[in-house]
Design a protein around this ligand. Structure first.
Ligand SMILES: *Cc1c(COP(=O)(O)O)cnc(C)c1O
Length: 363
């Protein structure tokens, strides 16, 4: 069998990049403050708004998503933040807060679970914080937080900013930046957007920008006020990763051609359901079960527990020997789970093919 050029790489980031998107990056450089770049930034502004479901401006930085997590903290947290932690990326937000000299209060839930609205309300009543950090889709555990409901709770507490890591949700499942009232929504290029790594994208609410202006020493490179000013004139902040902007422009065209962001969400929903149906039908036979409960599962990353006596790493290695890639477990879940990243340009049919090979490996 000859390997297809696309469709066997199901890592939960970086995601497999479509050949057409890769090809877009071979265009020559242009001056980053010239007419071509301004035109490109002008062209992508509206499609990006649709992607984030916002009327506000989407800003782009040349850094990985973690860079914008730091921007969120530097610009959005005055003194004390509440970090919702249910896995490695929630933990990362808390660690960034501490590294930036903020007081960090953690609200921890067991791996695979999510903070629920009542828990959040209770925590906010007990502690005086000026921001909350949350990971919408915790890629380490495959758990999807009830973000709309959590955002509503945060709004009960006045000037508390809600800083959202939407790295494996934005572009893969519903993220309603404006109507849910998210103050900063961030993602990276190499997950559900299925671009190569190297860009971070984010949206500030009006009150987030006001907050940022009141935070002294918010730094320079990750100052969201500077980003907002530059992008409102269709300018990058510094010399950007120009080739990646070509890839982004191409990918936004492909998203439009698919029927827009809602069509893309539906495809991701189907991929998740494909894995769910398979686990329901034959998971017990292979000793596999979902880590998160029904209704709290990411649309882009399925994290499956392997039964006692089986080893997740052995499964990913056996798949690798056949030319197929999935993610092993993350951190403390390294041996006890496997993770299938079904995001970006993958299809339900592709996921079914992967599951067939997975059955061969398990059998
Ligand atoms: C991958 C990931 C990040 C970090 O992304 P980098 O681009 O490596 O900085 C943050 N949060 C989540 C949920 C992720 O999946």
């Amino acid at each position: 069998m000859t390997a297809p050029s696309f469709g066997q790489f199901f890592l939960p980031g970086p995601t497999e990049v479509h050949p057409d998107v890769l090809a877009a990056m071979t265009r020559p450089m242009v001056p980053h403050r010239g007419k071509d770049m301004r035109e490109l930034l002008g062209n992508i502004a509206e499609p990006l708004r649709q992607l984030f479901r916002t009327r506000r401006q989407v800003v782009i930085g040349t850094c990985s998503a973690t860079g914008f997590m730091e921007a969120a903290v530097r610009c959005g947290v005055r003194h004390r933040m509440l970090a919702l932690v249910g896995g490695a990326f929630g933990e990362r937000f808390a660690a960034i807060g501490a590294a930036c000299g903020r007081d960090v209060i953690r609200l921890n839930v067991p791996l695979g679970e999510t903070v629920e609205p009542d828990m959040l309300r209770d925590a906010l009543q007990r502690s005086d914080v000026d921001a909350v950090t949350i990971v919408h889709s915790e890629t380490a555990t495959g758990a999807l937080a009830p973000l709309e409901e959590l955002a509503r709770v945060v709004r009960e507490f006045g000037e508390v900013m809600l800083l959202v890591d939407a790295v494996t949700s934005a572009a893969g499942s519903p993220v309603e930046t404006d109507s849910w009232g998210l103050d900063f929504t961030l993602t990276g290029s190499q997950k559900a957007l299925a671009l190569p790594p190297g860009l971070a994208l984010g949206v500030c609410s009006a009150r987030m920008l006001e907050r940022a202006k009141t935070v002294p020493e918010r730094g320079a490179y990750f100052d969201l006020v500077t980003f907002d000013e530059a992008f409102s004139e269709a300018q990058p902040t510094n010399t950007p990763a120009i080739s990646l902007f070509y890839a982004l422009e191409a990918q936004l065209r492909r998203i439009a051609a698919e029927g827009g962001i809602e069509a893309r969400w539906r495809r991701h929903d189907e991929m998740r359901k494909t894995v769910e149906c398979w686990v329901q039908e034959s998971g017990a036979r292979w000793g596999l079960s979902f880590l998160p409960v029904d209704g709290r599962r990411s649309w882009t990353t399925s994290c499956l527990r392997v039964s006692e006596g089986k080893n997740g790493r052995a499964i990913t290695q056996a798949l690798g020997a056949r030319g197929w890639t999935i993610g092993s477990g993350y951190g403390p879940l390294k041996e006890s789970t496997i993770r299938i990243g079904h995001m970006g340009d993958h299809t339900p049919e592709g996921v079914r093919q992967l599951l067939e090979v997975l059955e061969e490996v398990l059998g």
